[in-house]
Design a protein around this ligand. Structure first.
Ligand code: NOJ
Length: 545
């Protein structure tokens, strides 16, 4: 009989299904709170803000990577999967953070980046020092080039950050990187790679981590047989026939991970970042695999009643079939913040808009925030878990005017300065109305904050009943009382209005239009904006009971 492994720290409650309907708060560690005045956020900074997370009423915190990393891609280039980058602290600091979170009954999710390592990982250094064909190279994807002398990349595969997905090394071979050249792809057909990641899952689980967010989960299994087939990430075939993404063999890896996650009581949770069409995406979320997969449909949708209703319907059916619970996301560290997206005309190409420093087309800030609040309140009424991104609870907008020389995103560099990338949603959080970095730390932060950031700070919004912070707090508190089960019943409503009931009379009604509609009967629990005269104003959500 196998014995269950015992983590070093556990939350106060033990519900094994906590993840099914959790509100998960994503922390981007570099930009959350800087405790040691180096301009970068760190683990001790996060620990100092655990009471704030508790006041937000979130069930879990997901930490984007804090592992040793040259930061070529914001930490998604990991040099050592079982340590903490010294700029962020130590393993002791990590343990202290987990203990503090657990004392407040907040679960901790860490990011696992299995598709690629950093080029400074010991394995990649060994691979470069070893000969072609060696076991050291076989952990990665090294190939001879095409052309007469191997001077051409082995295939036409392109990196997600622009340019070829192959880089040549001194002895003439090429290695594959679906992202930056500093992020060489691992070869997951190699048993040593598989065993090592399973040990990493145990390493963090033993320290008390409650779950894992799995980066690029759909990329691990690759068809590397020659001749290479072309791949286009943005035209994912529905049948798993792409050579690089969402191949059927990938599921075997996650079935093996589930066995590791189930070595703990309660089993560790996991959520896949898997860019695949809906019916194939939920395969990653099967109970025999990771349990959940991110659903990015809302994040890509316009603020539109038909679009939202269709997305909710489709995802709830898909998760019911797979046995998973659904997930919902409006913002994260990779996209333009939703308060900004919704303030732009529908269909705006945000990459092009960022290149104008946010000047054309014009941004309607009031509309953006009003819609963002309405969309968030709708999301928090849905069955399943909602992932919220640091700063959205303050109504933060995308920072559009970061001087070009300070941009850090590899996309900016790899596209020859034609795509700015994701720095605008990664600007450090404003905690106070003034100070050198609005309370983020004692010195200037690693990315500059807008001059008017103080007005959106925690200090400014705390205690203001009309603030976005107060809205998030009210919504999570009400949700805790109200959320039970995973049923949703659509209610009749006028065009442009999305209304549904959960249970015991709890209803959420969103007016996506701009004209007020009659407010349905019932006690108002929370509203995303002011209500008056028995009307539900445009671009507003209300919860009723
Ligand atoms: C997805 C992460 O969210 C993103 O930030 C990162 O650049 C890529 N994966 C590569 O790891």
């Amino acid at each position: 009989m196998s014995t269950l492994r015992t983590p070093a720290s556990t939350p106060r409650t033990t519900d094994p299904d906590w993840w099914r309907d959790a509100v998960v708060y994503q922390v981007y560690p570099r930009s959350f709170a800087d405790s040691d005045a180096d301009g970068l956020g760190d683990l001790a900074g996060i620990t100092s803000r655990v009471p704030y997370l508790a006041s937000l009423g979130v069930d879990a915190v997901w930490l984007s990577p804090f592992f040793p990393s040259p930061l070529a891609d914001g930490g998604y280039d990991v040099a050592d999967y079982r340590d903490v980058d010294r700029r962020f602290g130590t393993l002791d600091d990590f343990d202290a953070l987990v203990r503090a979170a657990h004392e407040h009954d907040i679960r901790v999710i860490v990011d696992i980046v299995p598709n690629h390592t950093s080029d400074e990982h010991a394995w990649f250094r060994q691979a470069l020092a070893a000969a072609p064909g060696s076991p050291e190279r076989a952990r990665y994807v090294f190939r001879d080039g095409a052309g007469v002398d191997g001077e051409l990349p082995p295939s036409d595969w392109v990196s997600n950050f622009g340019g070829s997905a192959w880089t040549r090394v001194a002895d003439g071979q090429w290695y594959l990187h679906l992202f930056a050249p500093e992020q060489p792809d691992l070869d997951w057909s190699n048993p040593e790679v598989r065993a090592d990641f399973e040990d990493t899952l145990r390493f963090w689980s033993d320290r008390g981590v409650d779950g894992f967010r799995v980066d690029v989960a759909h990329g691990l299994a690759k068809d590397l047989s020659t001749p290479y087939r072309p791949s286009d990430e943005h035209a994912l075939p529905l049948d798993g026939s792409d050579p690089l993404y969402d191949r059927d063999e990938v599921h075997e890896i996650f079935r093996a991970w589930r066995l590791v996650l189930d070595e703990y009581d309660p089993p560790r949770a996991a959520v896949a970042e898997a860019w695949a069409p809906g019916p194939r995406r939920v395969l990653y979320a099967r109970p025999s695999e990771l349990g959940q997969a991110f659903n990015f449909d809302l994040l890509e949708a316009p603020f539109d009643a038909t679009a939202f209703r269709e997305i909710v319907d489709r995802n709830l059916s898909a998760s019911a079939e797979s046995g998973a619970s659904s997930t919902w996301v409006l913002s994260n560290h990779d996209v333009v913040r939703h308060a900004t997206r919704y303030g732009l005309p529908d269909g705006t190409d945000t990459d092009a808009w960022l290149m104008t420093d946010g000047t054309a087309p014009a941004l309607d800030r009031t509309k953006g925030l009003r819609r963002a609040r309405a969309a968030t309140l709708l999301m928090l009424a849905l069955p399943g878990s909602s992932y919220v991104y640091q700063g959205e609870e303050l109504g933060l907008e995308e920072s559009v005017a970061i001087p070009h020389e300070l941009l850090q995103d590899p996309k900016w560099i790899r596209t020859g300065h034609t795509v700015k990338g994701r720095d605008g949603c990664r600007v450090p959080i404003p905690w106070t109305t003034s100070g050198p970095s609005f309370g983020f730390g004692a010195v200037a932060p690693h990315l500059p904050q807008p001059a008017d950031f103080g007005a959106s700070s925690v200090e400014a919004e705390d205690g203001d009943p009309a603030s976005t912070l107060s809205l998030y707090r009210a919504a999570t508190a009400a949700r805790r009382d109200l959320q039970r089960g995973e049923d949703l019943i659509w209610l009749d409503s006028p065009a442009g209005v999305v209304a549904f009931a959960r249970h015991d009379g709890w209803r959420s009604v969103t007016n996506f239009g701009t004209e007020p509609v009659p407010l349905p009967d019932g006690e108002v629990v929370v509203a995303s904006g002011p209500l008056a005269d028995g009307l539900l104003p445009g671009e507003t959500t209300v919860w009723l009971r």
